[in-house]
Design a protein around this ligand. Structure first.
Ligand code: XMP
Length: 516
């Protein structure tokens, strides 16, 4: 793999994705990983990410200089560039002014990083410190008005550095610079493709499962659908999907899932109605992490109960089912603290919320993948476009979109409002542009309204339309006013419990996409 060393502030995920877009597999490791452990992974190259620290602050993360003697190609970016300069004997200092945003840079045509790009290009800067002198043996290969040493390299040792962020789209030729580093500087071929991922996973799944029977929890979303299709490709009829109706679904969802799989994909699906179990366990619970833990636990309990049905109806070999497929993605793993040293922001139901007495061995064929990669392999596997292109819907469903207690009544109200919002957004042709648009019921908040002739005292719903590339960061979507107006009018006219429709205009960070 190409290792992306994470110096914080979530730059590393974006870099890892860009590397994969260049057809090269990448993994993120925390900066605290010892160099020997990094090298033990046999990296084809190493990229040092940006980060929020100053190299000369006490306790600032550093990189052991032995990394640069290992013969592995290295690219340092922003903070990674500075810490690299420092480790190799160059000088880093405060500039006194911050260079931030789009900045014109002059690049050196002789550097392989800039092959095929113009000598003057716009790059994305975000720094207050700067490399003042390149280490011995390094040539300076780019500069800006304020930063004379904006890139450097030692071609013979295959060590490179960039002060700007090639991973962000605002750096005009950033992706090209990354590709040049990988393919030319480090000599790594572009072999990470949807087809190669499928082949590799199919083989791994067959080896793990043998002739055992496998069940898959299907949510109807992209991740579990593609995971199921992949496992189906690997073991065919040994797979049975279980669709748990937890009572927290959106309108029409159950029927859609049942039709799409059985008819569309030829995969066996058994639906179990467990809404009593879930709503019973959620009664009186309002704290988001508690809800997530309960839902995660009840999911597993539901599977355990469904096992018996599968064994009865399908007749699993050996009379037991040991394997459970989950559509866990790489960002879920990182955000749930699975990559060491990262904060636990939310317990995603399919990672952090698993009970300890779990009775299944997990098959998680998407655990190393980002969402766009999952969509690509879904298409390659022939998963219908209406499933592959679906907007994400969280496993805990509407349970984390009712703020306050999750009751049947609250769910009915939210379901009705959500169906209207989805209908209007689709009718306006906005599905492709929106990452997702949660509709959130503030069941804890009451608000006075006047509906018909009388005073009402109902609840607000929040529209949370966001644009995003990977759900790690997101911006609120500037929806057309007339679409917002139609949604608001229809909701308040047809859902009597809702007295107000409000718009969430917060980005992520500091907010998250879901409210809980
Ligand atoms: P947040 O709210 O953390 O959400 O910004 C990021 C993305 O993840 C989805 N999400 C989940 N998906 N299980 C899932 O499968 C979960 O527990 C879960 N929580 C949030 C959310 O809809 C968004 O796309």
């Amino acid at each position: 793999p190409v290792l992306v060393v994470d110096f914080g502030a979530q730059y590393a995920q974006l870099i890892a994705r860009r590397v994969r877009e260049a057809g090269v597999y990448s993994e993120i490791v925390p900066h605290s990983t010892p160099v020997a452990d990094m090298l033990a992974k046999g990296p084809a190259a190493i990229i040092l990410s940006g980060g929020p620290s100053s190299v000369y602050e006490d306790g600032a993360p550093t990189i052991d200089a032995s990394l640069f003697d290992a013969g592995v190609p290295v690219l340092g970016i922003c903070y990674g560039f500075q810490t690299m300069a420092q480790a190799l004997g160059g000088a880093v200092g405060r500039t006194g002014t911050r260079e931030y945003g789009r900045t014109p840079a002059a690049v050196d045509a002789s550097s392989c990083l800039f092959a095929g790009t113009p000598l003057e290009q716009s790059v994305w800067m975000s720094h207050g410190d700067a490399v003042q002198a390149a280490p011995e043996g390094f040539a300076v290969t780019a500069s800006t008005a304020q930063t004379p040493v904006a890139a450097f390299e030692d071609r013979s040792r295959r060590l490179f550095g960039l002060q700007w962020h090639p991973e962000v789209l605002h750096s005009e030729h950033g992706q090209k610079a990354l590709e040049n580093f990988l393919h030319v500087g480090a000599g790594i071929p572009a072999t990470w493709t949807a087809g190669s991922i499928i082949d590799e996973q199919v083989e791994a799944i067959r080896a793990q499962v043998g002739d055992a029977h496998v069940i898959c929890g299907l949510s109807g979303g992209v991740d579990s659908s593609v995971a199921a299709a992949l496992v189906h490709r690997a073991v065919g009829d040994q797979l049975t999907c279980i669709f748990v109706d937890h009572g927290l679904l959106r309108a029409g969802e159950r029927e859609q899932v049942e039709n799409d799989y059985a008819q569309g994909m030829g995969i066996r699906v058994i639906t179990v109605d467990e809404s009593e179990r879930f709503l019973g366990a959620l009664a009186g619970v309002t704290e988001p992490e508690a809800k997530r833990k309960i839902i995660g636990r009840e999911f597993i309990r539901s599977f355990e109960a469904a096992q018996r049905r599968v064994i009865e109806e399908v007749g699993a070999a050996g009379g037991e089912i040991r394997f459970l497929v989950q559509g866990t993605l790489y960002p879920d793993v990182v955000e749930s603290g699975g990559g060491e040293g990262t904060a636990n922001i939310k317990s995603h139901h399919n990672v952090g919320g698993l009970p300890e007495d779990l009775d299944f061995e997990l098959i998680e064929p998407l655990r190393a993948l980002f969402k766009d990669e999952v969509r690509a392999i879904g298409r390659e596997l022939g998963v219908p476009e209406r499933i592959v292109a679906r907007q994400p819907f969280p496993g805990p469903g509407l349970g984390i979109r009712v703020i306050g207690e999750v009751t049947r009544e609250n769910l009915e109200v939210l379901r009705a409002a959500d169906a209207i919002a989805r209908e209007e957004l689709s009718a306006a042709g906005l599905d492709g542009e929106i990452w997702q648009c949660p509709v959130v019921l503030l069941a804890d908040v009451r608000s006075v309204g006047v509906q018909g002739d009388g005073r009402t005292y109902g609840h607000p719903v929040v529209l949370r339309p966001v644009s995003s590339e990977d759900a790690m960061t997101a911006d609120w979507m500037r929806l057309p006013y007339d679409v917002l107006a139609r949604i608001s009018t229809r909701i308040t006219n047809t859902v009597p419990e809702v007295t107000r429709v409000v718009l969430d205009v917060t980005s992520k960070p500091p907010a998250t996409i879901e409210w809980e």
